[in-house]
Design a protein around this ligand. Sequence first.
Ligand SMILES: Nc1nc2c(ncn2[C@@H]2O[C@H](COP(=O)(O)O[C@H]3[C@@H](O)[C@H](n4cnc5c(=O)[nH]c(N)nc54)O[C@@H]3COP(=O)(O)O)[C@@H](O)[C@H]2O)c(=O)[nH]1
Length: 919
Amino acid sequence: MMNAPALPASAADYIAHIDLAFELMAVLDASGRIVRVNAAAGDILGYTPAELAGRPVLELLHPDERADLAALGAEVLQGHACQERELRWRRKDGQPVYLSLSACWSERAGLVYASARDVTAHRAAREELKLSRERLNAMLESIGDAFFAIDRDWRIIYANRKAAAFIGVAVGPNVGRPLLDVSPELEGTPFIAHYRQALADGQPGFFEAFWEPSGTWLEVRCYPTPDGLSVYFHDITAKRTALDAVHKSEKRFRSLFQQAGDSIVIADHDLRIVAANGRACASFGYTEAEFVGLPVTRIDGHHTYTPGMLASLRAGHTHLLRMTKRRKDGSRFPAEVHVSRFEDGGQEYFQAIVRDLTEREEAERQLRASEQRFREVIEMTPAGYVLAGADGRVLDVNPALCSLSGHAREALLGRTLDDLFDTFPWHGLAAHDAQEHVQGVEASLRHAQGGHVHVLFNGSVRRDAAGNVTSVTGLMSDITGRKQAETRLQQLATHDTLTGLPNRALLHERVQHMLDACPQGRAVAVMFLDLDRFKEVNDSFGHDLGDVLLCEVATRLRKVMRPGDVIARLGGDEFVVAAECAGPADAGAIAQKLLDALGLPVRVGGQDVNAGGSIGISLFPHDASTRELLFQTADTAMYGAKRAGRNRYRFFEPAMTLAAQARMALEMALRPALARSEFELHYQPRVDLRTMRVVGLEALLRWNSADLGRVSPGEFIGIAEETGLIVPIGRWVLEEACGQTRRLIERQGRAIRVSVNVSARQLAQAGFVDEVRDVLARTGLPAACLELELTESALIEDMARTAAMLDELRVLGVKLAVDDFGTGYSGLAYLRRLPIDILKLDRSFVLQDDGRISAFDFVKAFVDMAHALRLSVVAEGVETADVLEFLRAADCDEVQGYLMARPMPLDALEAWLDAATEG
Ligand SMILES: Nc1nc2c(ncn2[C@@H]2O[C@H](COP(=O)(O)O[C@H]3[C@@H](O)[C@H](n4cnc5c(=O)[nH]c(N)nc54)O[C@@H]3COP(=O)(O)O)[C@@H](O)[C@H]2O)c(=O)[nH]1
């Protein structure tokens, strides 16, 4: 035992007073050495107070706790009291003991007063409780159901994880919070109502409810506890769903039973009806109540359930019967009845599903009637009908198809559609890709006699569920006539009706094709061909014979050209030939062949005519790279050929385009010429060949263009005629010539006749005679002093109309002359029909001498003929005295030409006339 330090009196008193206490009480010095302990130390630590006196208190402590106590001691010495600090001590027998220590420092005594309570048992109980709680929690966590507990203030005491899932938030951090704050969705739900009830009654509650937020059905048990309420949830969603399914299934079955399209009647072992659905009630006329208890024989027309059938049903067979059923009112209806047997709750039942066949039998009857009608229609229809199977073999045909194909029905049945048709919309019947329906498709049917019949085919393919063709039906009408008409129409639309040659549209198509297909290094030659003398032939012999000439030309062109070449007629006497070739040399050779063919005389109206032709050639790609340009350049080249003297071919040259442009410029300048007073008249005297006196003048137009200078009539008259400008210009010439001549007559004091050229366009004007009459009236020129020169072609264009017009002019007193006579082919007949006075013999006529007959004989015969017809003859273009003598000898009446005088302005003419008179 250690020596304890001496205690101050107050400390000794303290120990003396507490010796009897159950708690251990001790006095320690500042170094932690025990000064004195009470007797309880023996019970608590196993040491007598004497054994403990003088020992450092740390020695009594479990080694693990010594550091804590040292720290605690330091705090106490600083004046901080220690309250109820649990520390592990070691008893004298080595057993651990837990003491709850309180201590304080007495400054005055310089001592520590300590007390310690044995809490070993209390601590063990606490540990046990903790373990027990943990076990409980583990159990609650493992039970798979949700659980939570609340106190009477609805604060959460505990909740397992499942419950957290149910509440929707982690519960751990929310323990202690009001349940409704944590899960506000609970407000107003049956859950809360039940919890309140259980808390109020103190009675456990049990209910099922649907928890919206998680979409689950829950079975809930709540148990009131002294603290509050414990709540268990069990998820019964699966059970509820299964139950719902059963309910729904039952409902469905009931609904099916009630709403079945067929009547369903259930009879018991004694064949008394126990149930009937709505349809049965409606069909048989009984209410459901009336049905129940009725023997099944009451609704059977003639058939009862025989023992044999019942035995068979009991053996598990079902029966499908066709029978008559009887309604409540005694009426009957045909029915198909499916009878079966079943057991329910150990009872035997028979079920009959009754299908009313009234409608079906009516439909079948109607179908038969319809089939009959269909057959009649098919037999009578003029359209051919064919039905074929999936293999394309013919199963049925009607008489119309027999007659269309020329085969008997028996010969057609069994043949394939591919045999029957040459072209057929479903050739080979490719099962899946064949269209369902075809409408208005053209097909070609083979005829028994050979050849084809064009038909318009409408048809449809039937298929099974897998999409395979099961049959083909077709109706067809004969369109051979229509096809022929179409072909004819097509021919008319693309060919020239007169010659049968391709027209402009087809020419464009074919040439374009040639250009597209033209191999590299090769060329396509396009030749525009214009007959040189077609107009004359037409004018002279009439249109019918002109047509004969055109047809002959077409025939010759066909003969010359190869099959792949294109020959077309654009209209009038314009032909186009196109051929693929190596280049210019080939093209030239082709053109020459064409000219040779056209150069041979053609027999027209009993005469040999030499039509001749001018050809313009343009080569693709050399001259033009497009069809349009090719045609344009070939056309230009053709005009070049014509200008060059006809009966020849010319290749396109860029300069030709310049010529065409020049012509265009001329036309543009000509249009305003009249308004700009750019015209004047020159006059050329006409002399009587016997007296050599001037008897007339020819008025000849002259144009002094402000832009182009003097332009000869040979250049612009043709353009004026083509453009129609000749009509106003001609009107001006007539007016001017008449006016000037009247004044000239006045000045000369003698009658002089002026001859004015009238073009075909002017003559074609409806008011031409009136115009002449008005001009004569306005200018005061006597009608006998006016002579109109008309060309042969203008005269014969519309002979009847021209004759009437000339008659009117003759009545006026105007003289009529035929200009350039002898250059056309008009023949002489028109001279008898028309009131002509004068024939103007063309200059070429006088010069022509072909060796067979001399020019003189020719002109002499001509003059004699004219005289026989009481016509005067004027010879034009007399340039030499020889020709003058020649004409005199031929008995010609008048002459005109440079020999006598050139055309001259009016003032010059007057001077010339004066001089001639004087001379
Ligand atoms: N519709 C109209 N046509 C007219 C009019 N004025 C003229 N023309 C026609 O133009 C063509 C050319 O006429 P032009 O250049 O005036 O030539 C005429 C004479 O100059 C020419 N001529 C006269 N004598 C001779 C001659 O000895 N040798 C020769 N080489 N030429 C000669 O002949 C032309 C007259 O021809 P024609 O009319 O056939 O008598 C010409 O066709 C004119 O008709 C007009 O106002 N309206």
